[in-house]
Design a protein around this ligand. Sequence first.
Ligand SMILES: [Zn+2]
Length: 281
Amino acid sequence: MRLSPRFALITGGFVALVLIGGCAVSTVGEASASAVQVTASSSASASPTPSPTVAPTEPVGPLEGRTIVIDPGHTGAWTAKWGYRRVSDGNGRKKACNSSGTATNRGYSEHAYNLAQAKALAKELRALGATVLLTRTDDKTRSNRLCVNHRADLLNTNSADLLISLHADGNLGKGHRGFHLIVSKAMHGGKTVIAKSKALAKDLRTALEQGTSMPRSNYIGKGSAYSFRSDLGTLNFAKHPAVMIELGNMRNATDAKLFTSAKFRTQAARAITTGVVNYLS
Ligand SMILES: [Zn+2]
C-alpha cells in the first residue's frame, strides 16, 4: 500500500500532532535548560535561575472543535406502512420516507452494516477530538426523523462541519463491485456547499483507495467512483457539506465478505476519518 505524504501525515496525524504538542513543551524545557547553562558558564557567581513551571499541554486532536454528523442509512425497524409514505425529496418531488435497504446474498442487511460501520467511524472520529452526532444509534427505532426529508436535520440545526451518509449498494450486475460517492446537484446550501461536498468526496475517494481493500466502483461513475444526483433527500436538504458513501456492492460476494469483516469496517472507518481530516485541514 503506497501512502501519499499527505495521507501518511494524517494517518499518523494524531501522533504527529501529539509530537508537535510535545515539542512545544520540550522546547520550553530545553530552552530553559540551556538558559541555565549559559548563565552558569557566563558567570560562576550568578545564582541559579529557577526553572519556569511548564503546565502540561493536553494533546489536541486534529478534529477538536469539529462536529461531524454520521447518517447510518435506513433502519431495521422499517415497515412498508411507515416507509412508503410520501415525503419531500427537497428538490420539488415526493418520494418514499425511506426504503428498506439491500442485503448480501447471505442475508446480512444493509441497515445493520450501515450501523456497524457508523459506530466504527464514530469511534475513530471521536478519538481525534470530533464531536460526533448520529442520525440513529440503534436498528430498532422507527421515527419520522429517519425519513429522508429529516436525515440532514442534525447537520443543519447544529451547523455541523459535514455529514457522511453511510450506505452499501445492491446492484445485481455480474462482477459489479467497489465503492462510490454520491454528491447532490440540488443542495439547499447552494453552489458553495455543492462545491465543498465535491471536495469532500474527492478526499474520501483518495483515502478509501489508499486505506482499504475496497476498489473504486467498476459500474458507477465510469472509473471516477462519483455519482451526481438530485433525487436524494438526505443530501438535498443539507445546508452544509454532505456526501453519501456507498461502500461497496452487497450483492457482490467479494464485497459482501468485506462488509462482514470487523477488520474491514475498522479499515474503512480509519480511511473515512483520514478523508475528513484532509478535507477539513
Ligand atoms: Zn442504502
